[in-house]
Write a protein that binds this ligand. Structure first.
Ligand SMILES: C[S@@+](CC[C@H](N)C(=O)[O-])C[C@H]1O[C@@H](n2cnc3c(N)ncnc32)[C@H](O)[C@@H]1O
Length: 239
């Protein structure tokens, strides 16, 4: 049990229309979307051994794969995603960029990835917020931790928040204004707001840290905060 039914969930259907226009929308609504990927790559690069293996969970349209491979052509990347449509786009984009050597793909969930050999790093970017906190977020983080060697670096980025809290009520309306400033029509804003309301499983940052710790991750370093988005690096505990 590591997700709601389907790739994403029934509100954000990555095998349907949402997946098709995903990247344009992501650039419009996620603060720093374009620069986030080279930024996290720069942060973790010293932790990636020569020819290191990186597990990219929720590889989507391939933006992590491209950022990592551009910076470090020696890396071996494994992208896993339950959406066939998203994986196909990723495969095509990686090939178009001439970066396909050492990149593999798996249609499915993290639990389907062989547990050995263990990876040197993993990313989980814009995924965990689609997964309910009913044991499913915990299961996904455990599935990733089990596939990492001790000391491996783990990058986590998604939406966090505590609906009703002062901070959430300040940034949620600000985020809606951001969508307008970034060019969404009132109709698009209303429709996207509905999707967020029903399809995003917000967890407060403290809860995310607790889930990560329980899954076996240590040394949380917050390297990004943009309204309700947050990013940390962790290390796989053990030694
Ligand atoms: C919003 S996209 C993010 C793609 C990419 N990481 C990015 O930031 O652009 C979310 C992706 O996660 C995938 N996904 C949804 N649930 C998942 C799960 N439990 N495990 C792995 N991937 C999942 C979806 O199919 C989709 O491709």
């Amino acid at each position: 049990m590591d997700t709601a039914p389907g790739p994403g969930n029934d509100v954000f259907d990555f095998d349907g229309d949402y997946g098709e226009g995903y990247e344009a929308l992501a650039r419009q609504v996620i603060p720093g979307y374009r620069t986030f990927f080279p930024m996290f790559t720069a942060i973790i690069e010293p932790d990636l051994p020569p020819h290191g293996r990186v597990l990219v969970v929720g590889a989507g349209t391939g933006i992590e794969l491209i950022a990592l491979k551009r910076a470090r052509p020696d890396l071996r990347l494994h992208g896993v995603d339950p959406s066939e449509q998203m994986l196909r786009i990723a495969e095509r984009r990686v090939a178009d960029a001439g970066l396909e050597s050492g990149v593999s793909y798996q249609l499915g969930y993290t639990r389907d990835v062989p547990p050995t050999p263990r990876f040197d790093a993993a990313t989980l970017i814009n995924v965990l917020h689609f997964v309910p906190d009913n044991g499913a977020k915990a299961a996904l983080l455990h599935d990733i931790a089990r596939r990492l060697r001790p000391g491996a670096v783990f990058v986590l980025f998604d939406l966090h928040g505590d609906p009703g809290s002062e901070e959430h009520e300040r940034y949620m309306p600000a985020w809606r204004r951001y969508w307008r400033i970034r060019g969404m029509t009132q109709e698009e804003i209303a429709a996207f707001d509905e999707r967020i309301r029903h399809g995003i499983h917000f967890a407060p940052p403290g809860r995310v840290l607790e889930l990560a710790r329980d899954a076996g991750f240590t040394d949380p370093q917050r390297f990004f905060k943009g309204m309700l988005y947050g990013g940390w690096t962790f290390r796989r505990a053990g030694g």
